[in-house]
Design a protein around this ligand. Structure first.
Ligand SMILES: *Cc1c(COP(=O)(O)O)cnc(C)c1O
Length: 376
């Protein structure tokens, strides 16, 4: 075996390139004594709001809180139903379940891994209050039909944009907007491995609706507008100043990071299009893809064998997700979600990050070709 060191993510490699700037700002943040909600939190929020072209960015403690706080701001109550894909990270459903909302799961498209309006519609009933599309792996859902559907049934849209920050979507009329700014509310996570990640936990909520923004700002801070005057039930979900310093620096590089990911995805696609048993991710014409994950489908039940083969050759890989949410104990139901069920046996995510060396990617491709040549 070659002497290689390939990781799923390489946060230390990325840090080493921006270390001076990061270290300097972290120290000055500590010296300022403003540890939580310091001026840098506001500055970062404004920079992110300029970048995303959205009126309000409300920072909070993590992406799961961002979702929960959004449901609270929309006054969703026990027994109200929300529809989200089962094919997502657990947080999407958990944030609703913890409030006593009923989580109804819809299926996803086999080729893009995202949900679609026609897969959501059959689950709508008179208790349905909101749709939560997830822009999975870094690609936008086809939002125009979902927005139309929500309007028809008077439903709110909360986009879970934890995996797709920086992704753009084109409406049929030519308008181009960032994911997370397309529905009533958008949420994101700054967990370290996300495309825009800090060095701890962090999250944010986006909205163009000033009324909702005011409510969201109160909820993240104990329901208060003025100190010690609590108008609604809130929680404690704030972004600390050190994380905001890091995010404010990394935001400047986000476009560059995302374009690196796109180049790597292109290299993978090119190589794997020749392999019959691999389905590369389909990107809709109206969406960009920022490849939070590069996820392929491996047909004919060969996924687990491929994973083992990669591991034997020093290549990490991940299954996002081994068990769909509708099959997890607290959420289990008898729903049959055909595509979701199939994907849990077929998908595998390969290393893709801003520091991946070309020679390492060539090696990953070579090993995968070898696996299929050897008729495993
Ligand atoms: C990461 C993630 C979240 C949760 O974010 P945290 O910051 O870890 O709470 C929610 N939804 C999706 C799709 C995610 O990938």
């Amino acid at each position: 075996m070659k002497n290689i060191n390939i990781n799923m993510v390489d946060l230390m490699g990325q840090y080493s390139k921006i270390k001076n700037e990061i270290d300097r700002n972290i120290i000055s943040s500590i010296e300022s004594g403003r540890f939580v909600n310091g001026p840098i939190v506001k500055e970062f929020s404004e920079n992110l709001s300029d970048y995303l072209n959205v009126k309000n960015v409300i920072p909070c403690a993590n992406g799961t809180d961002a979702l929960q706080i959004s449901f609270m701001a929309l006054d969703l109550k026990k027994g109200d139903e929300i529809i989200c894909p089962s094919w997502t990270y657990i947080a999407t459903a958990e944030a609703a379940a913890i409030l006593g909302l009923k989580v109804v799961f819809c299926d996803v498209d086999l080729e893009t891994f995202n949900t679609r309006a026609d897969l959501i519609e059959p689950h709508i009933n008179k208790r349905t209050k909101a749709i939560v599309p997830v822009h999975l792996y870094g690609q936008s859902c086809d939002m125009a039909p979902i927005i139309k559907l929500a309007k028809k049934h008077d439903l709110k849209i909360i986009e879970d944009n934890a995996q797709a920050i920086g992704c753009k979507y084109a409406f049929p009329n030519g308008d181009i907007k960032f994911t997370g700014t397309l529905g009533h509310i958008g949420t994101t996570s700054f967990y370290p491995s996300k495309n825009l990640g800090c060095y701890g936990d962090g999250g944010a909520i986006f909205t163009n609706d000033d009324f909702l923004a005011e409510k969201l700002r109160m909820i993240v801070n104990h329901g208060e507008k003025t100190k010690y005057h609590h108008e609604i039930v809130g929680c404690n979900s704030r972004l600390d100043s050190i994380q905001a310093e890091i995010l404010n620096i990394k935001l400047k590089y986000l476009e560059e990071y995302n374009s690196n990911r796109k180049i790597m995805a292109k290299n993978y696609n090119l190589a794997f299009n020749e392999i019959d048993l691999i389905k590369t991710p389909k990107v809709n014409l109206n969406s960009d893809h920022v490849y939070h994950q590069y996820t392929i489908r491996v047909l004919n039940g060969k996924r687990d064998k491929l994973k083992e083969y990669l591991s034997k050759n020093g290549i990490p890989s991940m299954i996002y997700y081994p068990i769909p949410i509708h099959k997890q104990k607290p959420y289990r139901n008898n729903e049959i979600l055909k595509n979701t069920d199939l994907l849990s046996y077929e998908v595998i995510s390969l290393p893709i990050h801003t520091e991946l060396e070309n020679s390492n990617q060539d090696y990953i491709i070579e090993i995968i070709k070898q696996f299929f040549d050897e008729k495993n």
